[in-house]
Ligand binder design. Sequence first.
Ligand code: MN
Length: 258
Amino acid sequence: MPLLADLHAALNQGAIEIIDLTAPLVATTPILQLPEPFANTIGFQLEEISRYDDRGPNWYWNNIHTGEHTGTHLDAPVHWITGRDGRDVSQVPLTQLIAPAAVLDFSTEAAADPDFLVEVDHIKAWEAEHGPLPEGGWLLCRTGWDARSSDQDTFLNADENGPHTPGFSVDCARWLATEAPIIGLGVETVGTDAGAAHTFDPAFPCHQLLLGANKYGLTQLQNLAQLPPTGALVITTPLPIVGGSGSPARALALVERS
Ligand code: MN
């Protein structure tokens, strides 16, 4: 049977399951909050054009107001100054929008310490058990943070010292950017960097180093707990915003069920 017919049959029969990794887009979807004096993104908003009324008797439609980096979204290399000569979000090769994923689970560590940082040794230990990170694929980092994603305050988890959310050490970000065969890093938190990453050297190392290496970020993912450590295929669908630094995206994972 042709490959695509096989795939469709497997999807219909449940041999391949589709897991939605995307946060619903609503006005309360958490967004990043930068401190003064920096400018911030807007949240998601619907603006009704007509709803079966005088403005349009038989139809309902809205304008949408959103930041590029609102909700589940892709960071393109050009998002960061180190990637300013790299791809914008409309230039992501289609082959990278369907890519395998390694799923690393640090939910226990993040529950014990919201400032938990993944180190290279954590990834090496995972590789010793599961094999190398996928060439041309994603590293998806599970932290359990998706359970907080319906509430801005618990999601950002900030106090007077700034946000406390898990992420990656500078050394690990450098290793992921320069040594790992991945195309990008996917996380459950508001951004790929840890909440405390404004204090790191360099600051925001995942943004600084991965986007500078023409790799991507994929943020505010959900349901990573439903994925196996290896073998999932992730479909990412950022809008082709010409010149855009990122885009809200539907992220889906295909998983084989036996
Ligand atoms: Mn972003």
